[in-house]
Design a protein around this ligand. Structure first.
Ligand code: MD3
Ligand code: FE
Length: 198
């Protein structure tokens, strides 16, 4: 894991937050539900880019070109994020998906692997905005030792190579640790290459 603490200045975080607000206006946050059980996840989600990650009871985890509620194509990935991917990803093709997760003070994300992409040679690049999160990352099996790391507003992490299939999750968000969001909570953006270039 490559960790870039406070990679984004406060001014850059504010600008990116404005981009996220615009995206959410066009592609509202939705409640993802688990395959088969239909149980709602505690995070709210939306996407930018040619493809977006969605999940629901009937069709499960997948990437698709349109918003599950509006049917509209996802908004474009903000230019600043594309520049960040070029600078830090080490991958010579652009990302196709920007998944936007919103955590309120009670949301978490259980330990999981990201395996819904066809291209594991590309890293996942994550940007944190707002309240600090307790992030857990282990190895490529569910059991075994895991590291805990605080992800602070402006932090960027790049998960490539062997880490690309590491188990990871968000244990909790620490309320009141950032003033960036008026409503509190945390946004996490993940940039992903979904398809193999060619
Ligand atoms: C480690 N998001 O969207 S980002 C996810 O903060 C996800 O919202 C978390 O896990 C969040 O799938 C964690 C950091 C991250 C992202 C992708 C990874 C860590 C990763 C892929 C492989 C290993
Ligand atoms: Fe993940």
């Amino acid at each position: 894991m490559q960790y870039f603490p406070k990679e984004l200045t406060v001014a850059e975080q504010i600008a990116l937050l404005g981009d996220i607000r615009d995206i959410i206006r066009q592609a509202p946050l939705f409640v993802p539900t688990m395959p088969r059980s239909g149980r709602p996840m505690s995070v709210r989600m939306t996407n930018a880019g040619a493809l977006g990650w969605v999940t629901d009871k009937a069709r499960g985890y997948r990437y698709q070109a349109t918003h599950p509620a509006t049917g509209a194509p996802w908004p474009a990935i903000p230019q600043g994020l594309l520049a960040l991917w070029e600078k830090l990803s080490g991958y010579p093709h652009p990302p196709e998906a920007c998944l936007i997760n919103y955590y309120d003070s009670t949301a978490k994300m259980g330990l999981h692997q990201d395996r819904d992409e066809d291209e594991f040679a590309a890293p996942v690049l994550s940007v944190s905005l707002g309240d600090t999160a307790i992030f857990r990352v282990g190895g490529t099996t569910r059991k075994g030792p895991a590291r805990k790391l605080e992800l602070i507003s402006g932090d960027v992490v790049v998960l490539g190579g062997a880490d690309r299939l590491a188990y990871h999750g968000i244990d909790r968000v620490l309320p009141g640790t950032s003033d960036l969001l008026d409503e509190g909570g945390r946004f996490n953006l993940t940039l992903r290459r979904v398809t193999k270039p060619g």
